[in-house]
Design a protein around this ligand. Sequence first.
Ligand code: NOJ
Ligand code: NOJ
Length: 556
Amino acid sequence: MLWNDVLLYASKSNYKHTNTHDYRYMLCDFSLSQLVRATGFNVLSRQSNDVNSFIARQSPIALQGILNNIGANGSLVEGASSGIVVASPSTQDPNYFYTWTRDSALTIKFLIDSYIQGNQGLGSLIQEYILAQGRLQTVDNLSGTFASGQGLGEPKYYTNETAFEGEWGRPQRDGPALRAIALIAYSKAIVAASSDNNATVHDVIWPIVSNDLSYVAQYWNQTGFDLWEEVNGSSFFTTAVQYRALVEGANFAQSVGETCDGCDSQAPNTLCFLQNYWNGTSIVSNINLQGDYQRSGLDCNSILTSIHMYDPEGGCTDSTFQPCSSRALANHKAVVDSFRNVYTINSNLGPGEAAAVGRYTEDRYYEGNPWYLCTLAAAEQLYSAIHQWNATGSITVDNLNAGFFSDLGTNTTNGNYASNSPEFATLTTAVRDYADGFVAVVQEYTPENGSLAEQFSRENGTAVSARDLTWSYASFLTMEFARNSTLPQSWGEAAANTVPNSCQASSSNGTYIEPTATSFPNVAGIVTPNGSASGSGMAGSTSSAAANRATPFLRW
Ligand code: NOJ
Ligand code: NOJ
């Protein structure tokens, strides 16, 4: 068989339905890109073309996949209340017919970013989500009461907004932080569009955000369960998003004429604490463990953290683990490498070849498989890093990240390379191709109809665990935004990345007040990147002030 035939066969989307072992046999134990290197065939542009068309096909499917899972009208989640984001329509093996605060906030954050980009039809759904969160906050549950704030740490609820009282890994303290970040993003966008929206933000959104900020400022230094709901201790992802929420919360409070004393007093200690997860070569995702967990610490938790801490106006800061920071790149390599030898579908890949990525190698949930959202996060971090290198005008190869780059075959010595240098072009091209490789892995293991479950089999790549996972779809779309340099708002990283000299274990007592708004007043038009303005699904809400603005990316 000619090598070109192999390549053509491999690039056909239907080959994924053939037995992977036959395919591998056909390749005589060589990986595709080893063959390509051997034959000099230019797979990179082919891969990029394939990835382009995959993304174009998959993107609307992913958006629809999200909308199908949101009440009250989502086609797959009958019975879910208005604005409730269901994790998956799956009701058994596993039963994910609940609403998780984390999954919901991350998903809605994408919808908000998309709304800002001009997808105005999402406005009413976003508002329904916000109102639903105001109601959910007050539901007392096994994590605690609303009055004490503890109840906000409950990870999941029934989709009719009642408490789930079964055994669970609770509390999970990332939820309130992620929700605050999402609500602040929406608030910033509508306020930037028109000052007519100031009162709405103050009266409807601030009360909800204020409760979440109180929670973060009061409880950030207490242990809880990680994002995977398994490990009781301190989780890198949780501490990081708590820090971001406190920084954004301080600015947000000020902008609505309120104060967040806890944001101001706790943020520096949170950033200080965040440094403790760095061990000099990689991120240890879970520390202060309250129990015996056998883990290396290498975990997709840390890659997710870099993408959710990404600030397009930030530099390659180590302290906040920006996507292009040396720490985050060294960690990216360490985490991806950890999966190379554990999954059958990753066998025969050389260093620097994109691989399927799971949560952590010791994972046994559904036998421990790669996750779509982790593999896509691996791509997203790199796309965002490329934006940061372009924006800052240079790229630095240093002792910490040299291994990451050398795996890509770039052969570049340590140094700082300006964006007009050949080295800059070589490095960023190699990183983009590597990032595209992770998308290509997802492409390879996405069923023909585009549905994304939670996991895909480590043995043969077929879908495993919850079907149509809302978060999987959201992770696809945030990857696409990053690949296109469709930027999220800044969260103020550049002014908030200095680590204090000494850390304190501290806390600030919060107040928790029932949000009372039951509807959104008319929201005046928001500006889309092409300069047009329109309302959030309500007639006649375009404001001329908004229409005059043409800045694509709304700033604070
Ligand atoms: C164990 C899994 O690892 C965890 O992520 C999941 O949320 C719980 N089981 C509940 O299904
Ligand atoms: C299990 C995952 O570990 C957790 O992160 C997620 O929130 C739930 N499934 C729901 O998707």
